[in-house]
Design a protein around this ligand. Sequence first.
Ligand code: FE
Length: 235
Amino acid sequence: MDISALFKITYGLYIVCSKADEQQSGFIGNAVMQISAQPNQIMVASSKNNYTSELIKTSKKLTVSVLSMDAPMELIGRFGYRSGRDTDKFSDCQVFYTDDNQPVVLNHAIAWFSCEVAETRDAGTHYLFACNVIDAVITDRETPPMTYTYFHEVLKGKSPKNAPTYQIKNNINPLPKKEEIMNQDIYVCDVCGYEYDPAQGDPDNGIAPGTPFEALPDDWECPLCGVDKTNFSKV
Ligand code: FE
């Protein structure tokens, strides 16, 4: 059996949110699909470790924001790699509340659904929530949806240059010589898999292309999941 065949399944990228007892959270999900049209039902898979799973089980409600192709890494990292137990993921986000008080993240969303959980299935590491869609809105008819493949193969943990949040800060370090860049090692984040490539640097966070990993400031954080340099390993 070639397990990598499973990698050929296509997915999108979504922010799934829920609110229960005044607690709210959300996570980045890729496993969202429509399972029937009469009634309109979707299936959402959520890790049992997700705080949002607890909230969904209590509220029996969730919302799904369909992320656009230009969604920046900061947004994906914030909802994808930090826990809602100790982080307010919604700060600085544009959040809409449905009639039944469920949060919907509107940043870089091209559509969203509001759902009631009809059935929950235990799938080992995950819950499968079969949900009735009670509201559905398109917010952007032009931008294509983000795909999981694009996220992994094209973005590689960096903001796309056409993303609204993309900017090169002014206080970047001076460029090293070309031959210095050649011999620098790539480091990978042990938590989220982000690769720090010295040739690319991290311009979003003031790190010029050509900056070796060892020269990153001590307060530099993984731009995807937010852990510090000690959580990186040499590739
Ligand atoms: Fe990381």
